[in-house]
Write a protein of this length. Structure first.
Length: 293
């Protein structure tokens, strides 16, 4: 009797867990669609900014605009911005991002570079705080629907320090959203702006005949577009990481729901066998008692 009671309790517990994981899977699926729409909507703007910079780039501009200027000597100080989520239950999503952040920081430090850690997301902040790693920035209240304002909040202080020469480079560690099933952790350098990485096809600065007139001058346009491009790179990293998080959570919750269903089948079969054995034993006791009488 005690065994069947315990099995009944476990079945009820697994049913409740499966209901929760199924609900979380449905919520993640709904959020994933909206997050994926934000990723798709951000791409044309980024491509247009990259096209403008690629068309107007000239090697002489690298000395005029700090965001294009590479350090004359070896890189000495790098700001490493690591993105994670605020919540768990998404498989190895956060663990992979944290691991890549640690590996990249170690690589830079082995080269003699001073690394500043700027963490976004409660999971990453909590981990590096636990291991005792100093963080220059710790943001654990980022929305799962990031905006351009959120991107500016993160990147603009780093842009100002880069322009003043306090930083030699700014790198991002984020989850690149390829599909709901494919979200590889990725490292990209946003400062200094690499024109070759934003221009596809022709070499940067290649002189081709434009079919338009520039007003104001090319220098003024590049000066206005560069900060927008850097901010958009930060925004894309935020929205792609947010979409990747929902995709990872949906996959993890679907796996948990399927596993709960398999466990329920096993528990119910075990319960039925135990119940059948109990009924058989009771019948045998009744028959034995009747024969004794």
């Amino acid at each position: 009797m005690a065994q069947t009671r315990e099995l009944r309790r476990r079945i009820k517990s697994v049913e409740n867990t499966r209901q929760i994981t199924r609900t979380m899977e449905m919520v993640a699926t709904s959020k994933l669609k909206r997050a994926q729409d934000r990723v798709v909507a951000a791409r044309p703007y980024a491509e247009a900014l990259a096209q403008v910079i690629g068309d107007l780039y000239d090697p002489a501009l690298a000395e005029q605009f700090p965001l294009l200027r590479h350090p004359k000597s070896d890189t000495r100080r790098v700001a490493l911005v690591g993105l994670t989520s605020n919540r768990g239950l998404c498989g190895g999503f956060n663990a992979n991002l944290i691991k890549l952040t640690r590996v990249r920081a170690a690589e830079l430090e082995d080269e003699g570079v001073t690394v500043e850690l700027h963490l976004i997301g409660r999971k990453g902040v909590g981990y590096f705080r636990y291991v005792g790693r100093k963080m220059s920035t710790a943001i654990d209240d980022m929305s799962d629907r990031p905006s351009m304002h959120d991107a500016a909040r993160v990147i603009e202080p780093l842009v100002q320090r880069f322009e003043q020469g306090e930083l030699d480079a700014v790198e991002l560690v984020f989850a690149k959203f390829v599909s709901a099933m494919t979200t590889p952790p990725t490292i990209t350098r946003v400062l200094p702006v690499e024109v070759q990485s934003v221009k596809s096809g022709e070499a940067p600065g290649s002189k081709r005949q434009p079919n338009y007139l520039l007003k104001p001058s090319a220098e003024e346009i590049v000066g206005a577009v560069l900060p927008l491009y850097v901010r958009n790179q930060m925004y894309r990293a935020l929205v792609e990481t947010s979409a990747a998080e929902q995709g990872a959570r949906r996959t993890a919750m679907k796996s948990a729901t399927d596993n709960a269903g398999e466990m329920l089948d096993k528990l119910r079969r075990t319960f039925n066998r135990a119940r059948q054995a109990q009924i058989t034993q009771e019948l045998a006791e009744i028959v034995g008692g009747a024969e004794a009488l």
